[in-house]
Design a protein around this ligand. Structure first.
Ligand code: ATP
Ligand code: MG
Length: 418
């Protein structure tokens, strides 16, 4: 894409009312726009990153048998009344709205109730189980605090998968598969080394659950880590579980972390009140055994920013960067430079390498600052000086390493390092 056509502009200063690093940098770089506290629009660059994260999640959910669907954000109260989760006094997370005839509707903060009710049309016998619907869909939550930028917002995307199994044994097999799939997601987005699988309280659902916690000073949780096993215990349950659940290590290290995903065993907590049954081989009617599995793509994106950004700006891992290559043309009106930069851009695009080409008529310093702020992994500078020596200057955004690459070798170099 030509940067001259990009609809967003960068800005020097962060918004005055933001405190989190992710919100400040993403706003300055034109990736997101804050509409009201805790409510962010994703602009073209931000959406490219978000979609890459979503696609990595999709791939892994499909690989374990997930089937994607898309439920509504406007919700009927009936199934919520059946599980006693409609009352806003008890559930202050709700945003609600009304039809013209005054009928109250909910704005989805999660989907256990409507999906369980819906599955009654599709699950009848043991032959229909197990099954794993999931979606990447908008949730609304009236969060008390909204100081963490896109890591905790009041309107956000969630990937929520729900498992419907015949019994606990069948459930446990999938639960373990989901753990592995989650690990792969966090590895692919670049957070593998610092994401712990964490033993946590199951809240009102079950005794225990598992969280995926990425170590960052911007996190809102405290976890107690066993670095040998990459397993941690959330501080909420450390009294009950004071050692590593795998190796028994009692010298756990306290760290701040962000909960990027979590998985719960629900059992029959929703299927019973909503009447989701199946008939087994012996013609007995049994409640379906459920689990739920969440990831917040926006929280993942915000966490990546917090972990990798430096004092110059954003730094994207290759797998989720909005573009792989940023071409900076320093032309000083030289037609030769312009031609060479355009030619390189067209060749990279033809190779299917996503490239942002800074063809703007600006000072070199301004272009370099913008490039650092945007955080695209590979920067290629096309300048008169370089061309005179037959080279492009290539800089790796993450390491800062600069190399001179011969013109004839550039495509191969990019292919290898993209
Ligand atoms: P937290 O304890 O941080 O509020 P939660 O336990 O309420 O999270 P879930 O309801 O299990 O979270 O949601 C699943 C995933 O959705 C979380 O692991 C997180 O990645 C993401 N998520 C939850 N709340 C938000 C939010 N307000 N903004 C962005 N992402 C969120
Ligand atoms: Mg919450």
């Amino acid at each position: 894409m030509l940067q001259s056509k990009l609809l967003t502009k960068t800005r020097k200063d962060g918004p005055k009312d933001e405190v989190s690093k992710n919100a400040i940098l993403l706003t300055r770089a034109g990736y997101v726009n804050k509409e009201i506290a805790g409510v962010y629009s994703y602009l073209p660059l931000g959406l490219r990153v978000l979609n890459k994260i979503n696609n990595i999640i999709r791939e892994e959910m499909n690989a374990i048998g997930g089937q994607e669907l898309f439920l509504t954000a406007l919700q009927d109260s009936a199934p919520w009344k059946a599980t006693d989760r409609w009352d806003s006094q008890k559930m202050d997370i709700w945003f609600k709205t009304k039809l013209l005839n005054n009928t109250e509707l909910g704005l989805a903060f999660t989907h256990e109730e409507p999906l369980t009710a819906l599955m009654k049309n599709h699950i009848r016998s043991f032959r229909d189980l197990p099954t794993y619907p999931y979606q990447i869909q908008t949730k609304f939550r009236n969060e008390a605090r909204a100081k963490s930028g896109i890591m905790r917002s009041r309107e956000f995307l969630m990937k929520d998968l729900y498992s419907f199994s015949k019994d606990e044994n069948e459930h446990n097999i999938f639960y373990e598969k989901a753990k592995i799939a989650y690990k792969k997601v966090f590895e692919k987005v670049g957070l593998g080394d610092i994401t712990y699988i964490t033993f946590a309280s199951g809240g009102s659902f079950s005794k225990y659950s598992h969280e995926f916690q990425t170590v960052t000073s911007a996190g809102e949780d405290i976890i107690n880590c066993c670095d040998k096993c990459m397993i941690a215990v959330n501080s909420e349950v450390i009294k009950e579980q004071p050692a590593c659940p795998k190796c028994g290590n009692t010298k756990l290290v306290e760290k701040k972390a962000s909960e990027v995903g979590n998985i719960f065993t629900l059992g029959t907590k929703f299927s019973e009140p909503l009447g989701l049954y199946y008939v087994n081989e012996k013609n007995e009617k049994l409640s379906v055994f459920m689990g739920c599995y969440g990831i917040g793509p926006g929280r993942v994106m915000g966490t990546v920013v917090e972990v990798f950004a430096d004092d110059k700006g954003l730094v994207w891992p290759k797998a989720i960067a909005p573009f792989s290559v940023h071409i900076i043309e320093i032309s000083g009106d030289s037609d030769k430079v312009k031609k060479s930069a355009k030619d390189l851009y067209e060749k990279l695009e033809k190779m299917g390498i996503e490239t942002l080409y800074d063809d703007r008529d600006l000072r070199a310093g301004e272009k370099f600052n913008d490039s650092d702020l945007l955080g695209i992994p590979l920067r290629i500078v096309v300048s008169e000086k370089g061309l005179a020596e037959g080279v492009f200057e290539v800089k790796d955004r993450a390491s800062g390493k600069v190399e001179m690459v011969k013109e004839k070798d550039i495509l191969e170099f990019v292919e290898k390092n993209k």
